[in-house]
Design a protein around this ligand. Structure first.
Ligand SMILES: Cc1cc2nc3c(=O)[nH]c(=O)nc-3n(C[C@H](O)[C@H](O)[C@H](O)COP(=O)(O)OP(=O)(O)OC[C@H]3O[C@@H](n4cnc5c(N)ncnc54)[C@H](O)[C@@H]3O)c2cc1C
Length: 490
């Protein structure tokens, strides 16, 4: 295959960030090719189906849809011709160990009222918490999320200077749980807000309270569901990319990033063949980018050896029954959150884990046959350190079925008509994510934001990085922002 000698960019990986980087570089006039190891695009944001059921394989919670829309607008296309989404009336149904069922209404007034009625928590405390979350967002957004924190120009901006003066308000020296306990007497309210740590695979008993910024995303901006489910994000972006002339080569494993003696990028080697390019953007996990694609470059060990985020164990169950008490997002809390996270820290799974059930057929009826539901049943688990996963999965499966069956008063096992399982080993194998961690480095450390890799190489000219394992972090919105930051000065 021959490429023109100028303005050629290669993207390694068709994860959501890789696709976004390709679309952005195309808008800048580059000739762009994406090499993807798998036969399909999307990486973690893919889908599986069987027996009449369809499941989103990975992400299920969708916030900040404007970052997807932005990519269509860059090419002067109307996003609504490609991709639609709906704002949810509630962000989840919460089932507590004591039998309480709470609906997290999107509307702040209704949410605070529900917390007051169900969790014995004065509405004014809820408003105070949401206000704190907003303050942290306003201080951190321009500095840690929207821009490169590795470039001097970020620190010379007035918005950054103003934020720095307010840093004492972002609670970086307390844990999330410290602040939850300070603000709420009721354990269940603490548990509700602590759960947001899991949005980036962290532990609320260790992670800085700065992460209390996350509820602001859901409660102020909203939670959404794309029409046709999460995978339509991938599908619509690939459609756009194809239309504007991005080339995708599937089944194509990049084995090495090639550079000359002056440390200028010259291309990549994929499936044994050299492909020339002036710019390379790696969407591969940062650890594997260095260990596998750049074996002769001195790796930034301090960054690569940071603690990794947690992983997930997912059961995709086709259920031949429908449940009125459940909605799109459902959470069955553990009775002891600290114990659950301690088990994850020890590399194992607690006997009473918090269970998340996502049922897209509640919003997308085609995802399941009539009178049936597609259950995506997920628990947070440690990342892969060679544990005996078969044993852990078999015990967890039984505990999950027992807990849900008791809670819904139905023998769930007898209603499972389809099953697939995704575990940390498979996540690592399918997406080349180091240890199967969902979000790269964990955010358990108060300096974590500064210990994520930059979006531009300071060793090789023409090499850039995007995706959930680099700045600003994992999750769809941040992965999309990483592509924006990586390509903005190209
Ligand atoms: C189970 C699960 C639940 C999640 N839940 C949520 C959620 O609810 N909300 C949310 O916002 N986020 C969630 N996330 C996180 C979110 O999915 C990721 O942050 C995001 O999809 C990361 O995208 P990415 O582009 O960084 O990388 P990936 O999706 O990991 O894609 C990387 C791609 O690069 C390819 N690749 C790697 N190496 C090579 C190579 N050498 N050559 C060619 N190709 C290569 C891989 O095959 C893969 O396709 C979840 C993730 C998982 C797994």
């Amino acid at each position: 295959m021959k490429f023109p000698k100028h303005q050629k960019a290669i993207i390694i990986g068709a994860g959501i960030a890789g696709i976004a980087a390709a679309i952005r570089l195309k808008a800048k006039g580059y000739d762009v090719t994406v090499f993807e190891r798998n036969a399909y695009p999307g990486g973690k944001l893919s889908e599986i189906s069987g027996n009449g059921f369809r499941f989103d394989a990975g992400p299920s919670l969708f916030t900040m849809p404007q970052y997807v829309d932005e990519l269509f607008l860059l090419h002067k296309k109307n996003p609504r011709d490609y991709f639609n989404y709906k704002k949810l009336n509630n962000t989840g149904i919460y089932f507590y160990a004591d039998g309480t069922r709470m609906v997290a209404h999107s509307n702040a007034q209704n949410f605070a009222q529900e917390m007051e009625e169900k969790l014995n928590t004065p509405a004014e405390y809820v408003f105070q918490f949401l206000e704190k979350s907003k303050t942290i967002f306003n201080i951190t957004y321009h500095v840690f999320l929207e821009r490169s924190i590795h470039r001097l120009s970020t620190y010379l901006r007035w918005a950054t200077v103003k934020s720095v003066f307010n840093f004492h308000k972002i609670e970086a020296f307390k844990t999330m749980n410290d602040v939850s306990k300070e603000m709420f007497e009721d354990y269940r309210a603490q548990q509700y807000f602590n759960r947001y740590a899991t949005y980036n695979g962290s532990n609320p008993f260790k992670a800085p309270a700065t992460l209390h910024v996350i509820p602001h995303l859901e409660h102020a901006f909203g939670a959404f569901i794309p029409e046709g489910g999460m995978y339509s994000i991938t599908k619509s972006l690939v459609k756009l990319a194809n239309e504007v002339g991005v080339e995708f080569i599937y089944h194509s494993n990049v084995e090495e990033i090639i550079y000359d003696h002056k440390k200028n990028i010259s291309g990549v080697k994929a499936n044994g063949t050299f492909y020339a390019a002036e710019k390379v953007v790696s969407n591969m996990d940062m650890v594997y980018t260095y260990r596998k694609l750049l074996p002769k470059i001195k790796a930034p060990e301090k960054i690569l050896t940071q603690e990794k985020s947690s992983s997930a164990l997912i059961f995709y169950w086709g259920i031949n029954k429908t449940f009125n008490t459940l909605d799109l997002h459902n959470f069955f809390f553990t009775s002891n959150y600290q114990k659950e996270f301690n088990a994850i820290e020890k590399g194992t799974i607690d006997e009473d884990p918090t269970i998340y059930i996502n049922i897209t057929s509640k919003e997308v009826p085609e995802d399941a046959p009539l009178n049936a539901e597609n259950w995506f049943v997920m628990i947070n688990v440690p990342n892969n350190n060679g544990q005996n996963w078969d044993e852990l999965i078999s015990v967890a499966r039984k505990n999950i079925i027992d807990k849900i069956s008791k809670r819904l008063n139905v023998d769930i096992e007898s209603h499972i008509v389809f099953e697939e399982i995704l575990d940390p080993r498979k996540i690592e194998m399918k997406t080349s994510s180091f240890k199967g961690a969902l979000y790269g480095n964990s955010s358990n450390n108060k300096y974590a934001a500064f210990l994520r890799h930059a979006n531009k190489s300071n060793i090789l000219n023409g090499l850039y990085f995007c995706g959930g394992s680099v700045h600003p972090g994992g999750g769809i919105p941040l992965a999309l922002l990483s592509a924006k930051i990586a390509t903005e000065n190209l």
